[in-house]
Design a protein around this ligand. Structure first.
Ligand code: HEC
Length: 389
C-alpha cells in the first residue's frame, strides 16, 4: 500500500472537505507530509469511525452526503500505516481536489451579510448569538436553495436560519445590528428552519416544485454557535439564497415528534424519552433533523405504516451535540396517511458521560439551555408527489 496509489484517493474524497486551510478541522490533510506526520492517529480515528464524522447507522435511512468510509477503505489506511506509511510512485498520485472557492450552487439571487463582524472571545464557554439580517425584499420569494459561508470556520460551530415575520428578533436585539445572545432557541417561536449549516455541509437544492416562501416583510435570523479557539477571532457570515421564479407546487411542512416530559434523575445512565405522532396525509419525507443536547446518547426514529410494515427513519447510536445536522434522504421516504412515527432518545446523566455539563451530575429537565435537555425529531415533509401532476 502506498500513499500516492491507495491512500490519497480516500483522503482527497473523504477528508479534505474539512482538513484544508480555512476549514473546520485543526490541520490539513492535503499532502503526503501532512498524512505521514499523523499516520498512526489517522489509522486509529478511521478504525473507530471517529473520522470522518458521520453519525447515522447504515441501513437506517439512506442519506445524501454520506461521509462514512467502507470497511475496505479503513483496512487500506490501517495496512498502509502498518507497512510504514510509504509514499510510493509520484505518478500514482491523483490530482489534489480543487475546491470551488465561490458559491457552490452558482451566483445566489440574494446575498445577505452580517451587518458587522462579531467578536468571539479567545476562551470561555461556547457562545450562542443571534443576528438579524434585513432582506429589503419588496415581494415574497420562493426559496429553493441556501448556502452559507462563515468567514471564519475555526470558530463557527454550526448555525441555523429562520425567518421572523413579526419583528421579534429586532426587538430582542433592541434594534441594534449586533444581535442578541440566544441559546437553544431563538427567543421567539420560529417556524421551520430555512437553513442549517454544519462543518462540511454541502449546499442543497430542493427537489423541483418544492420551495419555502420567504415573506417580504420578514427578517432572516441567524443563530450561530461559536466555539472559542484560544485566541480572539472575528466572524462575519454571508448567506446566499436561491429563488424559483414560479410559486412552488408544495411548501415543505415541519412534522415534529417530540416530548417536553423530560426529568432525568442525577446519575441515571439510561433515561429514555419516547413519543409518537401520526402522519395526517400521504407524505414524502425530504429530510430529518434530530435535536437533543449534551446528555443525549442515542436517537431513533421509525415509521410504522398502516399495513403494519415499518421503515427506519434514522438511528444515531453515539449522538454528539457537536455534530448535529440536517439529513436529506437520497430518495424522499413515502409515508401514507395514518403512518405512526415513533421517536426514542436515550440520555446518560451519570458522571461516566464525559459531556455531562454537571459535576457531580444533577437532575435535568426540559429546557433550551445547554444544561437542560430536549427531545425532538423534525421531519420536513411534502404531500406525496404523484406523477403526471
Ligand atoms: C466534516 C469535517 C471533517 C471531515 C470530513 C474529516 N474530519 Fe478529521 N477532524 C475534523 C475536526 C473538526 C477535528 C477536530 C476534532 C473534533 O472537533 O472532533 C478533526 C480531527 C481529526 C484528527 C485528530 C483526532 C485527535 O484525536 O486529535 C484526525 C487524525 C483526523 N481528523 C483525521 C481525519 C481523516 C483521516 C478524515 C477522512 C477519512 C477526516 N478526518 C475527515 C473534521 C473533519
Amino acid at each position: 500500500m502506498t500513499f500516492n496509489k491507495d491512500v490519497a484517493p480516500i483522503i482527497f474524497a473523504h477528508c479534505t472537505t474539512c482538513h484544508r486551510p480555512g476549514e473546520v478541522a485543526p490541520f490539513p490533510l492535503l499532502t503526503y507530509q501532512d498524512a505521514k506526520s499523523r499516520a498512526p492517529l489517522m489509522a486509529k480515528v478511521v478504525a473507530s469511525r471517529l473520522m470522518p464524522p458521520w453519525k447515522p447507522v447504515p441501513g437506517y435511512g439512506e442519506f445524501l452526503g454520506n461521509r462514512r468510509l467502507t470497511d475496505a477503505q479503513i483496512r487500506v489506511i490501517g495496512q498502509w500505516v502498518r507497512e510504514g506509511a510509504p509514499e510510493g510512485d509520484p505518478h500514482d498520485l491523483p490530482q489534489a481536489p480543487r475546491f470551488v472557492s465561490g458559491w457552490q450552487l452558482g451566483q445566489p439571487d440574494l446575498v445577505l451579510k452580517m451587518a458587522r463582524p462579531f467578536n468571539v472571545p479567545a476562551t470561555g464557554d461556547d457562545v450562542y448569538h443571534c443576528f438579524v439580517l434585513r432582506t429589503g425584499l419588496t415581494e415574497d420569494k420562493y426559496v429553493v436553495g441556501f448556502e452559507e459561508r462563515p468567514s471564519n470556520r475555526r470558530v463557527v460551530h454550526h448555525s441555523i436560519i429562520v425567518q421572523d415575520e413579526h419583528g421579534a428578533a429586532r426587538r430582542l436585539a433592541h434594534g441594534s445590528d449586533v444581535g442578541y445572545p440566544c441559546f437553544g432557541g431563538f427567543g421567539f417561536p420560529a417556524p421551520g428552519y430555512l437553513g442549517f449549516w454544519t462543518p462540511g455541509a454541502v449546499p442543497h437544492r430542493q427537489p423541483p416544485g418544492i420551495a419555502e416562501i420567504l415573506k417580504k416583510r420578514a427578517d432572516l435570523v441567524l443563530q450561530t454557535h461559536f466555539h472559542p479557539d484560544g485566541r480572539p477571532e472575528e466572524e462575519q457570515t454571508t448567506i446566499g439564497l436561491y429563488f424559483a421564479q414560479r410559486p412552488p407546487r408544495e411548501v415543505p411542512m415541519d412534522l415534529t415528534v417530540g416530548s417536553v416530559d423530560i426529568d432525568i434523575p442525577a446519575g441515571d445512565a439510561h433515561y429514555k424519552v419516547a413519543s409518537f405522532a401520526y402522519v395526517p396525509g400521504d407524505v414524502e419525507v425530504i429530510s430529518i433533523i434530530p435535536h437533543c443536547h449534551l446528555l443525549c446518547r442515542e436517537v431513533m426514529a421509525n415509521a410504522t405504516l398502516p399495513d403494519g410494515g415499518t421503515k427506519p427513519l434514522i438511528w444515531i447510536k453515539d449522538w454528539e451535540f457537536n455534530w448535529q445536522q440536517q439529513y436529506w434522504y437520497r430518495t424522499p421516504v413515502k409515508l401514507p396517511a395514518g403512518t405512526r412515527v415513533d421517536m426514542e432518545m436515550i440520555y446518560d446523566n451519570s458522571s461516566r458521560n464525559p459531556r455531562n455539563p454537571h459535576h457531580p451530575p444533577e437532575r435535568v429537565t426540559w429546557g433550551e439551555q445547554s444544561t437542560d435537555e430536549m427531545a425532538e425529531v423534525h421531519l420536513e415533509v411534502v404531500p406525496e408527489q404523484r406523477r403526471g401532476h
